[in-house]
Write a protein that binds this ligand. Structure first.
Ligand code: AMP
Length: 219
């Protein structure tokens, strides 16, 4: 099934997407990761989006739709997970058209609900292993040995440039203004499933699994 993980920054979309990739042969398409890779590679597009991302604003629809279009060319045995895309109604329309052109469709848009106070706490303490992508948190999930990844032993721990309170405020504003209308959009199509993003990661994973087996209306 092709699914969208919807929710504000810090809702746990990336963490859950990684679990689905490991366990279900799904393919994660994170436009945030693609844009960060473009920045790291120093490509002209990467340089163009850097400041916009650091301010916590959205990059243009045209850029992210182009990135997704490219990635849809490769297959996904267990389906695609759209993580951080779509973020505007124009992107949602484009996604539907792109999927239809490949004979595919969306199975569910899963909203991970969380409150803003929890997001500030989650985002400002977040860091990831640069080698394997495992996500940690200063208070709630520190590494067993400081600076060393529990999963792969890597020592290249990274914090995102936009994981600070000021950017987060802007990212939340963008989410409520431009992305939250997608909740109504997918609800009207019978594709919206709501889950509690504040529950423990294993519980969230189980709720997503039930959407995958029973569809958006079944959970
Ligand atoms: P994320 O990793 O999903 O939190 O995205 C990080 C940043 O990348 C966002 O704050 C935006 O600046 C940009 N970005 C990621 N995905 C999109 C998208 N679908 N549309 C516009 N901007 C995006």
């Amino acid at each position: 099934m092709n699914i969208i993980l919807l929710g504000p920054p810090g809702a746990g979309k990336g963490t859950q997407a990684r679990r689905l990739v490991e366990k279900r042969a799904m393919v994660q398409l994170s436009t945030g990761d693609m844009l960060r890779n473009a920045r790291a590679s120093g490509s002209p597009m990467g340089r163009r989006v850097a400041e916009v991302m650091d301010r916590g604003e959205l990059v243009t629809d045209e850029i992210v739709i182009g990135l997704i279009e490219e990635k849809l060319e490769s297959g996904a045995p267990g389906g695609f997970i759209f993580d951080g895309f779509p973020r505007t109604l124009a992107q949602a329309d484009a996604l539907e058209a792109l999927l239809a052109s490949k004979g595919k469709r969306l199975g569910a848009a899963i909203e991970m609900k969380v409150d803003d106070d929890a997001l500030v706490e989650r985002i400002t303490g977040r860091f990831t292993c640069g080698d394997c992508g495992e996500v940690y948190h200063d208070k709630t999930r520190p590494t067993a040995k400081p600076g060393v990844c529990d999963v792969c032993g890597g020592t290249d721990m990274k914090r995102r440039a936009d994981d600070n309170e000021e950017s987060l405020r802007q990212r939340l504003m963008e989410y409520y203004k431009k992305t939250s209308p997608l909740l109504g959009y997918y609800h009207a199509k019978g594709l919206l499933a709501e889950i509690d993003g504040l529950a423990a990661p294993d519980t969230v994973e189980a709720e997503i699994a039930s959407v995958l087996s029973e569809g958006p209306g079944g959970s």
